[in-house]
Design a protein. Structure first.
Length: 268
């Protein structure tokens, strides 16, 4: 798909320079979010990133979905990548130096080992291979199961959820609303093997956001990284699909990269 075919009117900023590297379609997404203390998030982020807050709270999100139409730019569709479930444990952050907002994923699980290996290698994302099941129970009702493989202890996520249809409030998301804060994000932050922050610019073309209902029967992932979710119902949304474009990963601040030191030797 060429850039001039990508709808961009909903973006707060123009598309980034250069060309996107990967395109995907994300389907039947549940957004389940809980408010948490920004302090609980801050010490788990790479240097240079800080929690982004809404009404004084940082937010933790669990996002189960399934994806397909995975394509590397200039190459045919990849065999073995036709469709598989995925699960994000995420929060929302700012670049402390520039104020740029984005998503930071504490972990991502996928039911496709090839996708896990590629995302770790190319984008340095903390992906894990998991046994996953995604079932469509009706047009807008789904069940999702994930169990991380090769984990020293059981890490499960299990939920049933349903979209309730778009409303005027969710179909026209306005700046300053919680829905805008949680979903209008165009940068994905992570850290490289040296712990330095890197980012990948992203663009998504969404279907209208909907209200949702969910029964989350098991959720071990936040506790596994030491974050305690509040004992309250999450804020829930559903999206039918997102067309997603991902640009190559780059250092947040190239000057932070480790460079060889030049040592001057003075003859004695």
């Amino acid at each position: 798909m060429l850039e001039y075919q990508i709808r961009t009117s909903h973006r707060p900023r123009p598309l980034p320079g250069g060309r996107w590297a990967v395109s995907e379609r994300w389907n039947d997404l549940l957004f389940a979010h809980w408010p948490v203390s920004a302090v609980a998030i801050a010490n788990r982020l790479p240097d240079g990133l800080e929690p982004d807050t809404f009404q004084g709270s940082a937010w933790i999100g669990m996002v189960p979905f399934w994806l397909d139409r995975v394509k590397l730019r200039g190459l045919p569709s990849l065999p073995g990548m036709r469709g598989y479930p995925d699960l994000n444990l995420r929060t929302y952050v700012r670049d402390r130096a520039t104020g740029n907002q984005g998503i930071y994923c504490f972990s991502l699980d996928a039911g496709n080992p090839l996708a896990v290996a590629a995302a770790r290698l190319v984008f340095h994302l903390p992906y894990y291979w998991s046994e996953m099941r995604f079932e469509k129970r009706s047009d807008r009702e789904f069940s999702f199961y994930s169990r991380r493989l090769f984990s020293p202890r059981p890490l499960l996520f299990q939920a049933r959820y349903r979209g309730l249809g778009p409303t005027r409030r969710t179909a026209e998301i306005l700046p300053g609303s919680l829905e805008y804060f949680l979903t209008e994000r165009y940068c994905l932050f992570t850290a490289n093997h040296n712990g330095l922050p890197i980012r990948a610019n992203i663009h998504h073309v969404p279907s209208p956001l909907e209200e949702a209902e969910a029964e989350i029967e098991r959720n071990d992932l936040a506790a596994a990284i030491g974050i305690e979710l509040p004992d309250e119902k999450p804020v829930l949304h559903y999206s039918r699909r997102l067309a997603v474009y991902i640009w190559p990963a780059e250092m947040v601040r190239p000057a932070l990269a480790v460079r060889p030191a030049t040592i001057a030797i003075t003859p004695s």
